[in-house]
Design a protein around this ligand. Structure first.
Ligand code: B12
Ligand code: SF4
Length: 576
């Protein structure tokens, strides 16, 4: 349908785009305590206590939609229920709700609240929750948008879906801390080169949701380079979190990007997601030149039949070692309670993933998310757990499919054991990351020669190792066991004696860390360790937009509403 819906005042439509409401990660009528709104604390470092990495990511898709339509758009991110109800009373022409499957009940509540408070509003559902079968019948709405949303929304508003994408300028994370200590410096910026992945691994929600095609937002290395320069200039940091499922998959684009960075001596740093085959094609040494500081790799399983084509012929342990030797932090992701797992062989799978010796390990239950090949297969075989409410479909507790070997609380028990084992064997991820940065720096010192790119990379690794190393005394104090304590102490001595940095600033930093960590411990003791993200309201005006590149600063205004301290049990007032 191509039409421009006039607003009640006869102007262009007024649009509200919203994420689901909080509190997040608590047991209530809408969600579960395991459904934490934090990437690492949800499914990576969750067993590492105060050493867990803590940060929030915004609902990026909403900002992309808002930046790319000619309309006045309000983005409401992380609202409370009360805040959302207040906003919809403004009578928007269109209300778009972005949600994922485990937040189905929240989306249903929100759509019905819009119908009641603002019956003239058109309700559009988007994001991965839109893939739930019959969602348009189960939630009272006007449209369900599956897959890439910008072109859909533009077409819906009668605008050209093919105009170049405008990239919003955003921090990748809102706050970041470890041991309660805020990480110094500006947070990295968000860079979204595109959505989807062509590999189509059977379980992968993102690949299937975008039709197993890759939709680039920046097609060439040149476009990407110009985008990165514009964002870095605006935010004043050269670091990026690259939100692309398989960034190195387009080898030519990444190589052109690298070559422009070297030509212009603009040495950005990146955290990326990439598969083993894409890494192999691009080359680990090129990753050092590109400035990759962190890579998330889907190792999945030791079993070649369950690790997918992307891993065929790769030696994951050797790959992890060679990346860490080069100063690149690695997150190895593995799947538990897969179909080939039994009570007898699953421990060997956990041992394999732990022994990779990565900086981080994600353990995730095999989950047949709607739209995936796995979902269709399990549906055909009658394995889907239709009795399990969608709030439980988050992959960190119950299996969403019937597995003869893992019943009741078995899957959760194996998950807990796996996270614990990784922590006890490899120590905290922040220790590992410090060691990786230091290892990479030591290697580059001998290799740099007259190469300006490698010299820049060496300096970045040194800066990283130096700043992380300030935490080492505290890491040793709060180590999970003697092995981590001894490793942290040895690393501290090695770094301090090699660099010979003055003692006083280090001591002062130590005092600050000690105080911040003690404050965090007290906070956890009193309120539990949940951190609820602050509500962020961003208004995008139809006028003053850039038509390509990054969004003009004059076109947006943003307000952050106070963060709410949240106990594990919901606090009154936060739930409203
Ligand atoms: C960042 C992220 C998060 C952030 C949350 C950010 C937030 N504020 O919500 C964090 C880290 C906290 C998180 C947590 C979880 N996440 Co998450 N997350 C992602 C991730 C990595 C990136 C999403 C993103 O920003 N993409 C980039 C933007 C540009 O794309 P997009 O969001 O898809 O938006 C496009 C379209 O979907 C569409 N669209 C989106 N919204 C709307 C709305 C409207 C109205 C319209 C028209 C269109 C539209 O248009 C956009 C542009 O094309 C995705 C994986 C991925 N690569 O996409 C998983 C993903 C979305 N998460 C997922 C899950 C399951 C979870 C968790 C349950 C943890 C887990 N077990 O994996 C928790 C739940 C937390 C909670 N309480 O809600 C699943 C969803 C699966 C599903 N089918 O529902 C995904 C796909 C990962 C996966 N496992 O495959 N997540
Ligand atoms: S390579 Fe990764 S992103 Fe691509 S389909 Fe497979 S799991 Fe998904």
């Amino acid at each position: 349908m191509h039409y421009l819906r006039p607003s009640s005042e006869g102007k262009g439509p007024r649009i509200l785009l919203t994420s689901v409401f909080g509190p997040y990660g608590v047991d209530d009528a809408f969600g579960r305590k395991e459904n934490v709104m934090e990437l690492f604390h949800n499914q990576v470092t969750k067993a590492q206590g105060p050493a867990s990495f803590r940060f929030h990511h915004r609902s990026f898709g909403l900002y992309f939609l808002a930046a790319n339509v000619d309309a006045d758009v309000t983005v409401l991110d992380f609202p409370s229920r009360k805040r959302f109800l207040r906003e919809i009373e403004k009578g928007y022409d269109i209300v778009g709700i972005s949600f994922i499957a485990p937040n189905f009940e929240k989306a249903r509540y929100m759509a019905s609240a819009v119908r009641n408070a603002s019956p003239q509003s058109e309700i559009i559902l988007g994001g991965h929750g839109a893939a739930i079968p019959d969602v348009g019948k189960r939630i009272d709405c006007d449209h369900v948008v599956r897959g890439e949303g910008i072109s859909w929304l533009r077409s819906h508003l009668g605008q050209d879906p093919n105009t170049p994408i405008v990239h919003p300028v955003l921090p990748s994370t809102e706050r970041q801390s470890i041991h309660g200590v805020p990480l110094p410096g500006k947070t990295a910026s968000l860079l979204v080169p595109g959505v989807g992945c062509v590999n189509g691994c059977k379980f992968c929600a993102t690949s299937h949701f975008f039709g197993k095609v890759y939709t680039p937002f920046a097609t060439t290395g040149k476009e990407l380079f110009e985008l990165a320069c514009a964002i870095a200039d605006r935010r004043g940091t050269e670091s990026f979190f690259v939100m692309d499922e398989n960034f190195l998959k387009d080898t030519d684009r990444a190589l052109e990007f690298l070559s422009l960075m070297e030509q212009h001596r603009r040495y950005f740093e990146f955290s990326i997601f990439s598969s083993a085959e894409a890494i192999k094609a691009f080359g680990v040494d090129n990753m050092v030149r590109l400035g990759v500081s962190f890579v998330w790799i889907g190792v999945e399983s030791a079993n070649p039949h369950a690790s997918y084509d992307k891993n065929s012929g790769s030696d994951p342990a050797a790959l992890v070692r060679s990346l860490r030797d080069r100063g690149i932090g690695v997150l190895a992701s593995g799947i538990l309670c897969a179909e080939h797992h039994t009570q007898q062989n699953i421990q060997a799978e956990i041992d394999f993933l732990v022994q990779l010796g990565a900086d981080f390990v994600q353990f995730m239950l095999l989950s047949p998310m709607p739209v995936t090949g796995l979902y269709l297969d399990h549906a055909r075989r009658g394995l889907l757990r239709h009795d399990l409410p969608l709030e439980e479909w988050h992959g960190q507790k119950h299996l969403a499919y019937r597995h003869p070997e893992f019943k009741g609380g078995e899957s959760e028990k194996w998950l807990e054991r796996a996270f614990r084992q990784d922590y006890e064997v490899n120590g905290s991820s922040i220790y590992r990351l410090t060691e990786t940065s230091w290892r990479g720096y030591r290697r580059l010192v001998d290799l740099v020669g007259h190469d300006p790119c490698l010299a820049a990379r060496r300096d970045q690794l040194l800066a990283r190792a130096r700043s992380y190393s300030l935490l080492l005394p505290h890491i040793a104090r709060r180590a999970v066991n003697d092995t981590e304590r001894l490793h942290a102490q040895a690393l501290q001595i090695d770094i301090e004696t090699t660099l010979g940095d003055p003692v006083v600033p280090r001591r002062l930093a130590g005092l600050f860390i000690h105080a911040a960590a003690a404050a965090w411990d007290a906070r956890v003791e009193t309120f539990g360790d949940r951190i609820q993200p602050a509500t962020i309201v961003t208004r995008f005006e139809a006028s003053n937009r850039h038509r390509s590149g990054v969004i003009a600063p004059s076109a947006i205004s943003q307000k952050q509403e106070p963060a709410r301290l949240q106990a594990n049990a919901p606090l009154r007032g936060a739930v409203s």
